[in-house]
Design a binder for this molecule. Sequence first.
Ligand code: NAP
Length: 264
Amino acid sequence: MTTPDRITTPISPDSRTLRTALLLGATSDIGIAVLAELVEHGLERAVLAARDPDAAEQLVLDAAPTLRVDALAWDALEVEGHRAFVERAAEVLGGIDVVICAVGLLGHHAGRSMGPVDVEHMVRTNFAGPAAMLAAVGQHLAPRRHGTIVVLSSVAGVRARRSNYVYGSSKAGLDAFAQGLGDALVGTGVRCVVVRPGFVRSRMTHGLDPAPFSTDPATVARATVAALHRPGQEVVTVPRVLGPAFAVLRAAPRSLWRRVAGDR
Ligand SMILES: NC(=O)c1ccc[n+]([C@@H]2O[C@H](COP(=O)([O-])OP(=O)(O)OC[C@H]3O[C@@H](n4cnc5c(N)ncnc54)[C@H](OP(=O)(O)O)[C@@H]3O)[C@@H](O)[C@H]2O)c1
């Protein structure tokens, strides 16, 4: 991370208006819903980072037809190119106001059935790849003293369940990384907001029975954008009731947690 004492650019006076965005994982239902919600609050232009940029562009324009978009090929696992990709996105946008990291891979109820190759792939997709990109984003934004980073974590990372502990542990890693990054960026003018949804009815969970307090991408998007307009809010749990619920559950004895989580 570039040290704050090398920072020279002043914070923009309209730093609370988010006009440009970089969406990482730009075919994500939740990520696209966040972009659409940001458009309602003044977002004008976005770079869409996706493995399939054409698909991402189509999906985003369906959801936010007025948004000016540039869709670029990007794979979270190709970490060597992350720094250059951020520079390119910033050049296209003329400066980045907000970065949304929506990369993720669930794997339906995959736990013990996952062997070493699948485990490594999930950990790289949910944690190592996004973390490497967030490091690049932090290094780009900090010297410019401007920018907001939104990281899609999950309540699944608060306490891993036996049915999907690979996903849960990978989200826990990303969540801890994002919190640490946010703390490291304090004083630079850059902010990192961690979003922890519960079960969201999206492409990722298609075909699964909804968990209690399930929600939809638009609801996650509204809560996320509302938090961006509240200076100081660092974590958003959606729906809100899951925040205190998981604060209790994470402290529950393991035997009780196993019963509560069941096979969900
Ligand atoms: N849905 C839920 O219940 C839920 C709950 C809590 C948290 N979350 C988190 O919210 C985020 C968005 O989830 P979602 O529900 O919107 O799921 P989604 O629609 O399946 O989106 C996941 C995104 O990750 C992208 N991705 C996967 N591997 C990638 C890679 N190697 N490089 C680049 N992009 C890659 C996918 O791109 P492709 O189109 O190329 O596959 C897709 O854009 C994820 O981080 C997820 O863990 C979801």
